[in-house]
Design a protein around this ligand. Structure first.
Ligand SMILES: [Mn+2]
Length: 323
């Protein structure tokens, strides 16, 4: 379905509940905040509800925005349209999707190729670099001028999902959008520092510990990393450790895929698997096999099992993809 259906849906309803995926990052939060700001300018009522609190590195966009946290006791939330941003399927929201007990219409706006079209209205653009780029299109379609706050949110989304314009999803349209956003005089170095730098010394030590556990497979085409629960037990991270580690893995000469196995905190025998590829291997297919998903070059899945067992299963799938 097209943007026209999404626009019609936005015009039709008045009270919106907006959500995004668990462990929200730049594209999830940037899209949500810019989208809500758009709706508010159209005179609509909005509530943002996420499973997880926004990570501190995004305080610079989220500090003044109210995000409700989902609790199963929260039964009476008044809305007539439920909007999902940057979610490939319902359960990517964690438990938030359960709030829709009255089966209110769902507007599904996303750029994941693995999107399951779970909405009443589905606007899916796998060729968009990020969800924020799609929200930008809504501003244009609805003729709502961008202000500095919205531009900052959209820029943050684009920066996150394009790996700061390094990934192959970066298009000439991406740069066209950014060129317009920058008219709002955004502080580019500061945005970059907020998201990717300002890592505390002890945090960088953690990065080095995870990096030193790197293993390689399949004639050096694949490397893996592990983050065990005990490593993070007493840590309050103020940066995205997984993302940081994956960035190093991806920079290795001759690499085709990077995989990070992380024991989920507080949950026994549950491993979060993040996959990155240089394009030869379709890691969305691998993640989808384990009921996850994402993009051809970046995807993830949550898999039940012990670390060793999950590693074996995922590496087997990668070796099949390499063959
Ligand atoms: Mn995204």
């Amino acid at each position: 379905m097209s943007i026209a259906k999404a626009v019609a849906c936005i015009k039709k309803y008045n009270n919106f509940l907006v959500t995004t995926h668990t462990n929200p990052e730049g594209d999830a939060l940037g899209s949500e905040f810019a989208f809500v700001s758009l709706l508010n300018k159209l005179g609509k009522t909005t509530i943002i509800m996420n499973e997880d609190v926004s990570p501190p590195e995004y305080d610079f966009i989220s500090a003044n925005i109210e995000v409700k946290k989902y609790k199963s006791s929260l039964k009476k939330i008044d809305f007539d349209c439920f909007v999902f941003l940057d979610c490939a399927d319902l359960k990517r929201t964690g438990e938030v999707y359960r709030i829709n007990i009255e089966n209110k219409p769902i507007l599904n706006i996303d750029h994941h190729i693995s999107n399951s079209n779970f909405g009443s209205v589905n606007w899916i653009e796998p060729d968009s670099s990020c969800c924020a780029e799609m929200v930008y299109k809504l501003y244009k379609r609805l003729n709502i001028p961008l202000d500095k706050e919205a531009a900052l949110c959209l820029y943050t989304g684009i920066l996150s999902d394009t790996g700061s314009f390094r990934y192959s999803n970066t298009t000439s349209f991406t740069h066209q959008v950014v060129s317009e956003l920058l008219k709002e005089k955004l502080d580019i170095p500061q945005i970059y520092r907020n998201i990717y730098e300002d890592i505390p010394y002890q945090g960088m030590k953690l990065v080095s510990r995870v990096l030193s556990g790197m293993k390689r497979y399949f004639a050096g085409k694949v490397v893996s990393f592990e983050i065990k629960q005990k490593l993070l037990k007493n840590e309050k991270l103020t940066f995205d450790l997984s993302d940081e580690v994956l960035r190093f893995g991806r920079a290795i000469k001759g690499i085709e895929a990077v995989v990070l196995f992380k024991e989920n905190l507080g949950i026994k025998n549950e491993i979060r698997v993040n996959l990155r590829s240089r394009g030869l291997i379709d890691v969305n297919k691998i993640a989808s096999f384990f009921n996850g998903g994402g993009h051809k070059t970046a995807s993830g899945a949550t898999i039940k099992g012990e670390l060793k067992q999950v590693k074996r299963m995922v590496l087997t799938k990668i070796s099949e993809a390499l063959a």
